[in-house]
Write a protein that binds this ligand. Structure first.
Ligand code: UDP
Ligand code: MG
Length: 318
């Protein structure tokens, strides 16, 4: 029996890219004739005509299986929905703006099938098509993340990858509501490798990752894969205790020896301000963990779906 490959693509306001993206994926997948395939586009609450376009393509192409979210849930959750409903022995995760060329599929698949890799991901080596701010914030994030976390994520890695069924099933068994896909796959271990990619520019439209969306993703990654932020509070407490000890010592010297070693009123105000900011910072860090525990305990579904086309009846579980 033929093995199946699923292609999972989150789409948010990508009306200009949908037809071209579907066409380029189809061209590649028909050339891999020894495999069956399905193309799953997730319409992540787009406000443009994305869903209408997907409906039209779905009528002509039975391999095309679009999912329509009831609202915008974000790229990580859209990808999770694709992984939930895909039936492939392998799945490719790619962006819908064609910055992740489907023409790389055969090379990536070959590494899994012939070299036994469980996952092959893409490292974006040349970043000339990424904005200055994105390039440097991402550099700082990965540096910070890999310094703090026991899970190593190679810098310049996005979500473009192929994974086998074993990794898909483990991903689906991971209960966290805050998804950080590249971290979750890195956490699993197994046999993984990268291939380089010179990132092409977006085919049409603008980036859908606003600064806030990128920041939220970075925070989810950091708080899900590292205890360092909370441990950092210990370090600060130690520093503050040492500083308070010094202050006390200088006050005693001033009192007994009349020498003016005391830091004075200005110094005390500065110290109090620093101390209160650090306390607020610590509460903020703990708050981030509490938010995540709270969301987890609510146990809401991660996404809601209003339509699914061309799926078999038995895969209708949400
Ligand atoms: N995307 C999504 N939901 C969102 C934001 C983005 O499904 O809320 C999709 C988007 O349509 C694209 C992919 O995620 O297919 C990556 O987004 P984008 O290309 O804008 O990110 P960038 O490449 O600029 O980091
Ligand atoms: Mg993009």
């Amino acid at each position: 029996m033929k093995k199946t490959i699923s292609i999972i693509t989150p789409m948010y306001n990508e009306e200009e890219n949908i037809a071209l993206c579907h066409q380029r994926i189809t061209d590649i997948m028909t050339s891999l004739s020894e495999y069956d395939y399905e193309i799953i586009f997730i319409n992540d609450g787009s406000k443009d005509s994305s869903w209408d376009l997907m409906t039209v393509i779905a009528q002509k192409d039975p391999h095309f299986k679009p999912i329509n979210f009831a609202r915008n849930f974000g790229q990580q959750v859209s990808t999770t929905a694709g992984l939930t409903f895909c039936k492939g022995d392998y799945a490719f995760i790619i962006d819908g703006d064609l910055q992740h060329p489907p023409e790389l599929f055969p090379t990536m698949l070959e590494k899994c099938v012939n070299e036994g890799y469980d996952s092959v991901y893409v490292e974006q080596h040349s970043k000339k098509n990424i904005s200055f701010i994105k390039k440097y914030t991402s550099k700082i994030f990965y540096g910070f993340f890999n310094f703090l976390s026991s899970v190593h994520i190679p810098p310049n890695t996005g979500d473009f990858r192929i994974i086998n069924r074993k990794m898909i099933d483990i991903y689906l068994a991971m209960p966290e509501k805050h998804k950080f896909i590249r971290g979750q796959f890195a956490w699993m271990g197994f046999k993984q490798c990268s291939i380089p990619l010179e990132l092409p520019i977006r085919e049409h439209g603008e980036t859908k990752f606003t600064f806030i969306k990128s920041l939220n993703l970075a925070l989810d990654g950091l708080f899900s894969f590292s205890f360092a932020p909370v441990r950092f509070i210990f370090l600060i407490t130690f520093l503050m205790c040492s500083l308070t000890g010094l202050l006390l010592f200088s006050a005693i010297i001033t009192l007994f020896f009349g020498q003016n070693y005391f830091i004075g009123f200005g110094g005390i105000v500065l110290l109090l301000l620093t101390l209160s900011s650090l306390i607020l910072y610590s509460i903020g860090i703990i708050g981030e963990y509490i938010i995540r525990i709270y969301i987890q305990s609510l146990d809401r579904p991660v996404f809601t779906i209003s339509d699914k086309l061309n799926f078999d009846k038995e895969s209708f579980k949400a």
